[in-house]
Write a protein that binds this ligand. Structure first.
Ligand SMILES: [Zn+2]
Length: 295
């Protein structure tokens, strides 16, 4: 199993902040998502599923108080799939090919040549994916790639009634009665547990998603800016017209399919950031979303 915590150590100019290596479950606050889905023991790297140890980031500047800070009391996590040639691909998309064209042993450096769809694995869809004249990945601004995250965990519902359902605006209202009103600028993330199945045939099984009218409600009434899922996309298998994706994109929003490690997220109170490579006039590009956990 690849590591979620395989980032490099940053050099001495950055304050490492506090770290925690406790395995005693002290972080298991009531908001932690529970469920019996595919979530996983193999994702544990510390006190909390899927999280790395670092909580605070502060640049040690020379200018006194005017330094940037990023406060993530619950640590940070990566929410992207690892990419290899077994990556699940949306039916009809080209195969993924990763060719090693130079090696340290032979050439003194390692270089790969990669061929894949811009929609393979964890990626960000820009409005131009479905909308003629819609904005493309190179036209998105930095501030619209940072969101408050609202996680809708449907694993228990899937276990009860199967995967063939669409979340309605009534379901969104029920979620808000429990967790509070979803504010403008948010990303709403559907947590199905399919992230653990990426790269296996089961990833192509029937999936739930958002009904188009629920997406319309979220974007128009709540002013959210993004949808995320740990599946091929926010469209349920039964949504043959891709209403959910279309409705997000026609409202100038973005969509992040193919996320993983969603068990690391709090239901509310986390920040997610994801910036695609700026493919000129591109419909999408791969991202590795970062979560900054509020607790
Ligand atoms: Zn896509």
């Amino acid at each position: 199993m690849d590591s979620i915590c395989n980032g490099r150590t940053i050099d001495g100019h950055v304050d490492r902040g506090r770290s925690h290596h406790d395995g005693n479950g002290s972080d298991n606050d009531a908001s932690k998502q529970k469920g019996t889905g595919f979530g996983g023991a193999q994702l544990r790297h510390g006190g909390r599923s899927g999280r790395c140890g670092r909580r605070g980031f502060k640049v040690r500047g020379t200018g006194g108080a005017d330094v940037a800070t990023l406060s993530c009391p619950g640590g940070v996590s990566r929410l992207g799939q690892v990419l290899d040639e077994n990556a699940s691909i949306f039916p009809g998309d080209p195969e993924t090919s990763i060719e090693i064209v130079a090696t340290v042993e032979n050439d003194g450096y390692l270089v790969e040549a990669i061929s894949m769809a811009s929609h393979t694995g964890t990626h960000l869809d820009a409005p131009g994916h479905f909308i003629e004249g819609g904005r493309t990945v190179d036209q998105l601004t930095a501030e619209e790639l940072v969101w408050s995250a609202y996680v809708i965990d449907v694993r228990a519902r899937m276990a009860e009634e199967g995967n063939d359902f669409q979340l309605s605006s009534d379901d969104i209202h029920a979620y808000q009665r429990e967790h509070g009103v979803i504010p403008p600028g948010s990303i709403v993330i559907l947590y199905t547990g399919f992230g653990e199945l990426f790269g296996t045939p089961a990833y192509e099984d029937t999936i739930p998603g958002f009904a188009g009218e629920a997406v319309e409600h979220l974007f128009v009434e709540h002013g959210i800016k993004a949808l995320g899922t740990d599946t091929f996309g926010p469209d349920a298998t039964s949504d043959e017209n891709f209403d959910a994706t279309y409705t997000a994109l026609v409202n100038d929003g973005v969509v992040i399919p193919g996320m993983r490690n969603l068990g690391s997220l709090n239901v509310t109170g986390d920040i997610v950031m994801a910036s695609p490579v700026q493919l000129r006039a591109g419909s999408a590009f791969q991202v590795d979303p970062l979560a900054c956990h509020g607790r």
